[in-house]
Design a protein around this ligand. Structure first.
Ligand code: ATP
Ligand code: MG
Length: 576
């Protein structure tokens, strides 16, 4: 089975089961300052899991691209990647445990779908503790479907519980499905410690709300959130030894074999890391909210991925600029499913090549300094050496690195730049911060003001918001003049002063267009879309959330107007 077939099968199955198929959201969350990347299919749906109505309905399915930097140390094994695709289905207050489990089971085992033999599957459920009881209900449902008792294991919160990321929030038990990847037939009894049992799918049941005094109250809207790793599922049903032999990796590995003259079998770890990292970097740079390598936030992650891939490339004696041919392979694999990658192919290649040039120079100099004893943090700030690269070098040279000291210095550095950074990778249901919501409304005002001053050819090209600032990319061929910037700022402040109401309406896409609503989310949702209006001044198709009145925003100030890429300008602005 190919990756295309698996994606299609999954979506068709859930279509048949009355789910609306929604597109993948951006890898870079637009309105959630608590994480750098989308780490699961659940993530972009947070507002809807919290009770907001989804325009496409309450039964949803999709393929979501994800980045998990938390798993970077695991990359090199058979089944963990920094970039992967998650197949998911959701019930927003619609079906619950019984139907969810039955759906998973049918898709996995029915001949019409994946046709996996029951003997190859095992199940974990939440075993219960002082906060919430054992998830007997799920256990019984699995039993009723013919999964033997020895193949169903209760596990603690650490394994089979989801959320909340913060102190309070929705949460609940989950039940996970495992696939036997061993060569011999699967043992009768499920042993979760045995690595040959690979987790392939996870059904989360959001049924509690953890409140301020840490009590777990039943939720009124119970949700289901599931996630299945495409790569793992694909290698499992094809009986492959690891994910890298599937069609979403193999062409990259073949190219590496060709370029290095080394066989994958001989240097598995290096091959895996290089292939994984270049894929992730390609997707992060190519994303609709794409970022370039830098020393902060998402940019730092891309830098780390590219530089680490280059470092491992050196182990294989790969020539300079070998990453470029790999990018072409990545886009060859994914270009049809994610056409924006094709459109940005040249940009991605140029950005990666520039980063490689930079790194080559600093690598030489940095290595010299490292030999002389320069510490990890200075190597990071001065030469752009990611910590883990320095640690790898140190290991080779038998030196040790003081990670605590590095982290302390890094933290100080972070506080200075006051930006989202390397620590914030954990996914979870974070409340959308108050300040971020204000910035979100401010971007609507900004876009409307830009269109008023620069003309109707101005469109949103990207937006990135955190609690400290907004960053907004828009189409415009030249630099704005000081006067234009001032005018835009004045208009936004004027609209804030007017204390305009922010009102959300649901309507069909046609209707929204008819009403002159702008929005970059046009292809994203099904039939109905949400349109946020700010007085008569702005109308945008958007998922929200927003403030209720513009006066909540305070004073708007543009800090910088600069080029983002060809034909695209970038504004950074703050609210005071
Ligand atoms: P694991 O314990 O194997 O790391 P997980 O508990 O972190 O998995 P979930 O957060 O439940 O996984 O994600 C749902 C599904 O996504 C998993 O069942 C798995 O199929 C897939 N998945 C999770 N992390 C990765 C990864 N780093 N690379 C590839 N697939 C992954
Ligand atoms: Mg994990």
């Amino acid at each position: 089975m190919t990756s295309n077939e698996l994606r299609e099968k999954f979506l068709n199955f859930f279509r048949e089961k009355k789910h609306a198929v929604i597109p993948s959201a951006s890898l870079i969350p637009e309105n959630d300052p608590t994480v750098l990347f989308t780490t699961a299919g659940m993530h972009p749906l947070v507002p809807f899991l919290l009770g907001e109505k989804h325009p496409a309905g309450n039964r949803l399915a999709n393929v979501q691209i994800c980045i998990r930097t938390d798993d970077i140390d695991e990359v090199g094994d058979e089944v963990h990647h920094t970039f992967f695709e998650m197949l998911g289905n959701w019930s927003l207050g619609d079906y619950f445990k019984e139907e969810a489990i039955k759906l998973s089971f049918e898709f996995l085992t029915d001949k019409k779908w994946l046709g996996i033999r029951k003997e190859k599957l095992a199940i974990s459920i939440f075993e219960g503790d002082q906060d919430a009881p054992r998830d007997e209900e799920s256990g019984k449902i699995w039993l009723s479907l013919g999964v033997p008792e020895e193949r169903i294991k209760g596990l603690p919160k650490k394994e089979n519980w989801w959320g909340p990321a913060g102190e309070t929030g929705p949460c609940g038990p989950d039940t996970e499905m495992f696939y036997w990847t061993g060569k011999e037939s699967a043992p009768k009894e499920f042993d979760p410690q045995d690595k040959r049992w690979v987790e392939i799918w996870n059904d989360v049941f959001m049924e509690y709300f953890k409140n301020m005094d840490s009590r777990y109250e039943p939720l009124s809207q119970k949700n289901v959130d599931t996630g299945m790793g495409l790569e793992r599922m694909l290698s499992s049903i094809n009986g492959l030894a690891d994910d890298y032999r599937t069609d979403v990796f193999w062409p990259i590995l073949r190219e590496l074999e060709k370029a290095s003259g080394v066989k994958y079998e001989e240097k598995k770890k290096e091959f895996r890391i290089i292939a994984d990292h270049i894929k992730a970097a390609t997707f992060i740079i190519g994303d609709e909210n794409g970022v370039e390598p830098s020393n902060l936030g998402q940019g730092y992650v891309v830098r780390r991925l590219i530089r680490r891939a280059i470092r491992y490339g050196k182990v294989l004696n790969l020539p300079k600029y070998f990453l470029i041919s790999l990018i072409q392979k990545v886009i060859g694999i994914y270009g049809d499913s994610y056409p924006y990658l094709k459109r940005k192919e040249n940009d991605i290649a140029t950005i990666v090549q520039k980063e490689e040039e930079k790194f080559e120079k600093t690598l030489e100099e940095g290595l010299k300094q490292f030999e002389k004893g320069l510490d990890a943090f200075e190597l990071y700030t001065t030469y752009g050496f990611p910590l883990e690269l320095t640690m790898e070098l140190a290991k080779e040279k038998g030196r040790t690195i003081d990670v605590t000291e590095f982290n302390e210095k890094f933290k100080k550095h972070q506080e200075l730049s006051r930006t989202a950074s390397a620590g914030m990778f954990k996914g979870g249901l974070a409340d959308t911060g108050k300040q971020a919501v204000k910035y979100h409304t401010a971007t609507h005002l900004l876009l409307a003001a830009l269109r008023q001053i620069l003309g109707p050819n101005v469109y949103q090209k990207g937006s990135n918001i955190n609690a400290e600032r907004l960053r907004f990319d828009f189409s415009h061929p030249q630099k704005m003049t000081q006067e234009q910037i001032k005018k835009v700022e004045d208009i936004v402040n004027q609209k804030i002063k007017e204390d305009l109401p922010v009102i959300c309406e649901e309507m069909s896409l046609e209707k929204a267009k008819e009403k002159g609503a702008t929005g970059v989310f046009e292809e994203k949702y099904g039939e109905k879309v949400k349109v946020y209006g700010i007085g008569e001044f702005s109308k945008e198709i958007c998922g929200g959330p927003h403030v209720e009145r513009t006066s909540e925003l305070g004073e708007f100030k543009i800090l910088k107007e600069e080029s983002s890429s060809s034909g695209v300008r970038r504004i950074r602005a703050v609210l005071k």
